[in-house]
Design a protein around this ligand. Structure first.
Ligand SMILES: [Mn+2]
Length: 167
């Protein structure tokens, strides 16, 4: 059998890695989708973007929640996928030891200083999360809660706006 190109097996390895790391997690939506659905969607959004055509950012898209939401660390990601991917993942990982409000403030403050790749992954993550709220909102979320979530996303994206412009 003809061997697969390296970039493809790197992606499939990341999918296997993420599926295992998130195996016990579900999305917050009423449909309780398997967590991997979100990761595949973020991968798809990044792959379709004009800036998504490199394997580092595609692998990071798949792994973007692995440090924040599982016991795995930056080093675990770096060991298998290298420091560039691990850094993009870390740039998009909230410090879960902080209270929720502080996490939100830190997330906003970090946006203009992220690498371009990290911002691409974050924007794809936000698109996927907004889509999830529209298609399968968490049980009990009324219109106000959804609009509040949308507004939070708008502010986050605004915080990174213009960061790539050449001065
Ligand atoms: Mn995510």
């Amino acid at each position: 059998m003809k061997s697969m190109p390296g970039d493809v097996t790197r992606l499939t390895e990341a999918l296997v890695f993420a599926a295992d790391a998130h195996r016990n997690q579900r999305r917050k939506g009423a449909a309780q989708e398997p967590y991997i659905n979100h990761l595949i969607e973020v991968l798809d959004i990044v792959a379709r973007s004009s800036r998504g055509a490199n394997s580092e950012v595609l692998v990071a898209a798949i792994l973007h929640d692995v440090v924040e939401d599982t016991p795995l660390s930056y080093d675990d990601v770096a060991k298998t996928f290298g420091p560039r991917v691990a850094t993009i993942v870390r740039e998009n990982s909230d410090d879960m030891s902080l209270p929720k409000d502080e996490r939100r403030r830190a997330r906003m403050a970090a946006m203009p200083h992220k690498s371009t790749e990290a911002r691409i992954v974050k924007m794809a993550d936000v698109i996927s999360n907004l889509r999830a709220v529209a298609v399968s909102p968490p049980a009990g979320w009324g219109a106000d809660r959804k609009l509040g979530y949308l507004e939070g996303c708008r502010q986050l994206i605004d915080a990174g706006r213009g960061a790539d412009q050449v001065l």
